[in-house]
Design a protein. Structure first.
Length: 461
């Protein structure tokens, strides 16, 4: 039907006309209003609106006063996928940081090991040379030291670059959070712990690797959900159950999916707006895969770790880097007597690879983790908030009822301490706003949380 309509009229011209009307209305329009102003049929208007919600950030809902379907475009019009100046600036900084990580990642552990071995051997050379001088009055004055140091350096370089260091973990597994009992995704631990030291050094500086986000995972999840759970019907509440979004975001996602997957908007007799994706259900190629569906309550982030290393590996990295820092500082700042080699005076402080370079690298080993610490604390607090948020949203959606008492949440979420109750109440006051619910006081003075819209939208299937 929609494809036939595209052939019968110029959709681009109508899209341009509707865009002008939307701008005049500051983003809020209804299909009937647009049909009235343009003279086009509702089918044509809806087809053009499908194109517009693919192009611009849009919410769809029912007007609370009239019950009419309305499209709420972000005003001024904002293209889907576009980024604000702040987001663009953050993306540039993030890109530069990732480039720095890639360059640093390839060398951070190797340099740590290289300089630790190098400085230990140089220290041994000086000890042996000093001992030789004490027992030798021939006046050789370290004549063998430069040659030995040079041999040590090239030997280490040859050895290091023959080793295949596994820097990028790839195997993702599920583990259980011992505190919350929730599953989360993380990278599989190395079986051979010795091979992971280079990565451990990198994790000490930049933190552990996290599983990468798949931008198409949500779309696959919704398609499977439509096929296996809702017989092709999708409401904003279903999106909340899958993603934990607030209603404005859920309405925007509903509009996006209607445009992307060629759905139709319908309203039930009880006034519930939903997208009908009958085409998705009838398509025999879409079998529906349960593994693509992960409800919001189950999408728990892995525990936030500062380094992700064992205490032993952290101690090893700190000890090695402290030693490297001390040795490089000694070569850089101490008044070291020159080495006489073939009648030439050699000052070790003149060699950047022994002084300036390892000193800077060693300082960064400690400075970068310190700079990361505030962000680590913020991520830890956010993760804690998200775990609670998922548990509360998951419980509300799973019960398929309107009213909840505070005791319902306390009992079913296994909350015991007074501090947890206070935290629960604070979070519920925010979630009520997110889910367009209400808070009422019963006759016996008990706090009641009501989510009428969410309930009506969850039970239409």
């Amino acid at each position: 039907m929609k494809n036939d309509l595209k052939k019968e009229f110029n959709i681009d011209k109508l899209v341009s006309k509707l865009t002008s009307i939307i701008k005049k209305n500051k983003g809020i329009v209804t299909p009937v209003e647009l049909a009235t102003k343009t003279g086009n049929s509702l089918d044509e208007i809806n087809l053009a609106l499908d194109r517009l919600i693919e192009l611009y950030e849009t919410r769809i809902n029912l007007n609370q006063e009239t019950g009419a379907l309305q499209y709420i475009f972000q005003y001024p019009l904002f293209k889907r996928g576009s980024k604000t100046f702040k987001e663009k600036l953050f993306a540039i900084v993030d890109k530069l940081y990732k480039v720095f990580q890639v360059v640093y990642k390839a060398s951070v552990g190797i340099i740590l090991i290289f300089y630790t071995i190098l400085f230990v051997l140089i220290l041994l050379v000086f000890i042996l040379a000093a001992s030789r001088n004490d027992n030798d009055d021939s006046g050789s004055n370290f004549s063998f030291a430069p040659a030995l140091i040079r041999g040590i350096i090239w030997g280490i370089i040859d050895g290091i670059f023959c080793i295949n260091h596994p820097l990028n973990p790839t195997s993702i597994v599920y583990q259980v959070d011992p505190v919350t009992g929730s599953r989360y995704k993380t990278y599989k631990k190395e079986k051979n712990k010795g091979k992971g030291f280079v990565r451990s050094a990198f994790s000490f500086v930049f933190g552990p690797d996290l599983p990468k986000f798949d931008p198409l995972a949500d779309a696959r999840e919704v398609l499977a959900y439509l096929k296996l759970y809702t017989k092709g019907k999708l409401t904003a509440a279903n999106i909340i159950e899958l993603s934990g979004a607030d209603y404005p975001k859920a309405e925007s996602k509903l509009a996006e999916y209607v445009g992307k997957f060629q759905g139709n908007l319908n309203v039930t007799n009880s006034g519930v707006l939903y997208g009908d994706f009958e085409n998705i259900v009838e398509d025999s190629s879409n079998k529906g895969d349960h593994s693509n569906i992960e409800f919001y309550k189950d999408e728990v982030e892995p525990p936030v770790e500062f380094t992700g290393n064992t205490a032993g590996k952290n101690f090893a990295v700190i000890a090695m880097n402290t030693f490297n820092l001390a040795m490089s500082a000694f070569f850089l700042f101490a008044a070291i007597p020159p080495i006489i080699y073939q009648d030439t005076e050699i000052l070790l402080s003149d060699y950047a690879f022994l002084s300036t370079f390892p000193f800077i690298v060693s300082v960064l080993y400690f400075v970068i983790p310190l700079l990361r610490f505030p962000a680590y604390k913020a991520r830890k607090a956010k993760r804690d908030y998200n775990v609670w948020h998922k548990k509360i949203i998951g419980y509300i959606c799973s019960q398929r009822k309107i009213e909840f008492s505070l005791q319902d949440f306390i009992y079913n979420l296994n909350i015991s301490s007074n501090s947890q109750v206070d935290k629960l109440q604070n979070m519920l006051s925010k979630i009520v706003v997110e889910l367009e619910g209400t808070i009422e006081i019963s006759e016996n003075g008990e706090t009641i949380y009501k989510f009428e819209r969410l309930y009506k939208e969850l039970i239409i299937n």
